[in-house]
Design a protein around this ligand. Structure first.
Ligand SMILES: *Cc1c(COP(=O)(O)O)cnc(C)c1O
Length: 333
């Protein structure tokens, strides 16, 4: 499949960039002397964890909210997400004069509920599982006419995440390899479409954890499949890609050059390096690029860019990882 026939095209990403404009931060790209020495090629870090709300998810949420009609915006948006998508959608909706309703189960910790409320969302606590929270989303869509904005499998969300790729290419036009954290594939699909729209020869590599990597399993199977979800330091990379995936599976299949898997110990080492050497606090999901470079798993040409995708980590957990303690269950190392 050519880049032009995919569900999200280069022009859609350019339109998203124009739509979002200055409503998101342009995040810096910095060279890492330490990682360049280790990799033997210039390595740069895209500091997207400094984005407003603490992750790139604001790009997709902003583009989705700004793509709504005035009437849809009045009805409000809805999602079932306790993580970075929920934060981003809460913030984006409020900033654009809409209201986000975020549905979550009663098992979600109180601090997460408070954070999303503080960002301006209406929080609905329903049931005892993510599935029950999603049922409430479906009900609000059917009965109240709220507009669902999913975390990755939506053209406007993917195009919004793609603006990160456009921005990155403008900052570093001689880039040869881009390392992208991969879960549902919204970020990887958008960034790959943007980067390859500029220069097809740039390698785009998806990185994810060994534990429960749904997109990797689906790419291997040739169709979306379900995997068992396991706790990981990279908690923002958990979850499935949806058996009825419409957008991101085909894009990741056609645009990613490779997918690399990281162990929990490697992800922890990535977080530790980010903190101790680069002086950056990042969450596990954001550490996979650095982790792969430290583990010698990236053979690509330079310049290499690792996207640091978010910083919403529990600070007690972060402290334990920095101190080198065992992290996520007994078999984590
Ligand atoms: C959501 C998220 C990812 C993965 O993005 P997908 O579009 O689901 O692949 C990576 N890092 C962070 C910090 C995230 O919040």
């Amino acid at each position: 499949m050519s880049v032009g026939s995919l569900p999200v095209r280069f022009d859609d990403i350019r339109a998203a960039a124009a739509r979002i404009g200055e409503r998101v931060l342009k995040t810096p790209v910095v060279e890492s002397a330490a990682l360049s020495e280790i990799a033997g090629v210039p390595v740069h870090l895209k500091l997207e964890h400094h984005q407003t709300t603490g992750s790139f998810k604001l790009r997709g949420a902003k583009n989705a909210v700004l793509s709504l009609t005035v009437e849809e915006r009045k009805r409000g948006v809805v999602a079932a997400s306790t993580g970075n998508h929920g934060r981003a959608l809460a913030f984006a909706a409020k900033a654009e004069g809409s209201l986000a309703t975020i549905c979550m189960s009663s098992l979600v910790p109180e601090n997460k509920v408070l954070e999303i409320r503080r960002l301006g969302a209406n929080v609905r606590i329903v049931g005892r599982s993510q599935d029950e929270a999603q049922e409430e989303v479906d009900r609000l869509v059917a009965e109240k006419g709220l507009v669902m904005v999913p975390p990755f499998d939506h053209p406007a969300v993917v195009a919004g995440q793609g603006t990160l790729g456009l921005e990155l290419f403008d900052q570093l036009p001689d880039v040869e390899t881009v390392l992208v954290p991969l879960s549902g594939g919204g970020l990887a699909a958008g960034v790959a479409a943007a980067i390859k729209g500029r220069r097809t020869s740039v390698r785009v590599v998806g990185l994810t954890m060994e534990r429960g990597a749904a997109m990797k399993a689906s790419l291997d199977a040739g169709m979306p499949v379900q995997v068992e979800e396991l706790p990981s330091l990279a908690d923002s990379l958990g979850g499935g890609i949806g058996l009825d995936n419409r957008v991101t599976f085909a894009m990741c299949r056609d645009l990613l050059d490779d997918v690399v898997l990281l162990s929990e110990a490697e992800i922890a080492a990535g977080m530790r390096h980010a903190y101790a050497v680069e002086r950056e606090v990042i969450e596990g999901a954001a550490a996979v690029g650095i982790a792969a470079l430290l583990a010698g798993k990236i053979m690509g040409h330079g310049p290499v860019v690792a996207i640091l995708s978010g910083r919403n980590v529990d600070m007690d957990q972060h402290r334990r990882i920095i101190n080198g303690d065992t992290i996520c269950g007994k078999d984590a190392a």
